[in-house]
Design a protein around this ligand. Sequence first.
Ligand code: UDP
Length: 479
Amino acid sequence: MKKTVVLYPGLGAGHLIPMIELAKVFVQHGVAVTVALVKPPSELGALDFPAVVACAAASNPSISFHVLPASSSLPATSGSGTGSGSSSDDASSKKHYVLQMVDYLKTMNAPLRDFLRSLPAVDALVIDMFCPDALDVAAELRLPVYYSYASCAGDLAVFLSLAFDQDTYTASIDAGDATLSLPGAPLFKASDLPREDDKDLEAGKAILQTLQRMAASDGILVNTFVELEMRAVRALRDGLCVPGRDTPPVYCIGPLVSGGGGEKEQECLRWLDSQPDHSVVFLCFGSRGTFSERQLKEVAVGLERSEQRFLWVVRTRRIVDEVLPEPDLGALLPDGFLERTAGRGHVFKCWAPQVDVLRHRAAGAFMTHCGWNSTLEGITAGLPLLCWPMYAEQKMNKVFIVQEMKLGVEMRGYDGEVVAADQVETKIRWVMESEGGRALRERAAAAKDAAAKAIQEGGSSHADFVRFLQDLDNISSRS
Ligand code: UDP
C-alpha cells in the first residue's frame, strides 16, 4: 500500500517553503503527502495566509493541504515580540518570537492529534524544528516522527552541541570575540552565535532547550548535501554533537529549492534581459531584512563607486509587523543616485522573484543576508555570495559559507552599526574584477554542479532519501 506522511511546517514562510519542496520529493518517491498548516496569529505572521495556501495548493495538485482549526486554548503569555504596536503593557514580559511560536504551536497539539486520528492511515509525521511539542502527539499515536531542519548541517551540529552543553553557551555570550571550537564547525567567533539583544541569553537557552528534543526523534532530514558540509555531517553522524547518547540518523536530502519560473513578466527580469551575461550583482536580504536610512545611503554610495551593474531590492525598516511601507526611493537614496546609475543599476521596491533573478544568465554575484533558503538558491544558481548576515542564525551560516564551503566572502561591519560604502565598493569590485573573485566564481560554479548531481538518481541526497524511506519501513514493520 502507498505510504502516507503528514508534514507539519509550523509558522512562517521560511519554514513553509522548504517543507513544500520536501513534500514534492515524497511525491516523487511515490509517497502520499498531506501538509497540515497552522494559520499564524496576527502577532506572529506577516503572511497573507489564505493567499499562500491557495497558491501552494494550486501549484502542487499532487499534495494535500489541510488547515488545522484554531485551538481553543491560547498560550499563557504572548507579547508582540518583534514589532512596535505591542499589546502587552509590560514590555519586559515580551517573549522572543521563536518562543512565542513554540508556545502557540503547543496549543495546536489537540487539533493536530484530531486531524491525524481522522486519517485512514499515517506512516510518519515530519515536523519543523520549532514544533517540539508535536513529538508528544506522535508518541501518543505511536507514530514515527522526524524533524525537517530548515538550516544547514553546520548550524545543526553547533546548536545540538550547545543544547546539550548550555554552560558553554552561557560562557560564550560574554566571550565576544573569543574563539569557539565545537564539533563539526571551524573555529568561529562567539559573537557569531545568534543573539539579537542583551536580554537574549535566557531566550537563547530556552530555544536550545527546545532543540534538545530533536535527539528524541526517529531522524533529522536536513536541507543540504553531504559534499557541501562534509565535516558537520561527519560530526553529527559520529555522535560528536550529542555525546553520551544516540544521535538520531541524519539524512542530507537537499538542496531543496523552489523552482522559480512563475513570473517571467516581472519588470526586474525584463531589465536583466538587457544586461550582459554574469554582469549583475543582486542585492536582496530575505523576507525580514530591512535597512536604516543611513545604511541605505552607504550601500548606494558603494554601489555607485563600484561602477558595476546591480539589481537592488530595497525595503525600509518595518514600522509594524504586517505592513512594509513602500519606500520613497527619491528621499531615501542620495540625490541624483537613480539618475546617475540608470542603465547599469536597477532598484526594486517589491518582493523580487529571487530564484528567477539568481538563475538569470545576467546574474553575476549575490549579496545576501545568508538565510538558508537564499543561500541554497544562490549556490544552486552557481553564484558567489557576499555575506551580510542580519538576524536569527545567519551569522553562523556565514561562518560555514565563508570558512567551510568557501563560496562567499564576509561584508566587514555586518556586526557593527553600519557597513560602510567603502566596504560595499571594495567587496563588489573584488568579486567581480579580481583574481580572487574569479577563483571564487569558479568554486561557485563547481558547487552548482555538485548540488545538481546530489539530487539526481545515484546522487548522495537521492540515496539518503531512499535510506530514510527504508529506515521508516523498518520502524513501521517493528511496531
Ligand atoms: N524571497 C523572495 N523575494 C524577496 C525576498 C525573499 O523570493 O524579495 C524569498 C527567497 O527566495 C527565499 C525566502 O524568500 O526563498 C527567504 O528565505 P531565507 O531562508 O533566505 O530567509 P528568511 O526570510 O527566512 O530570513
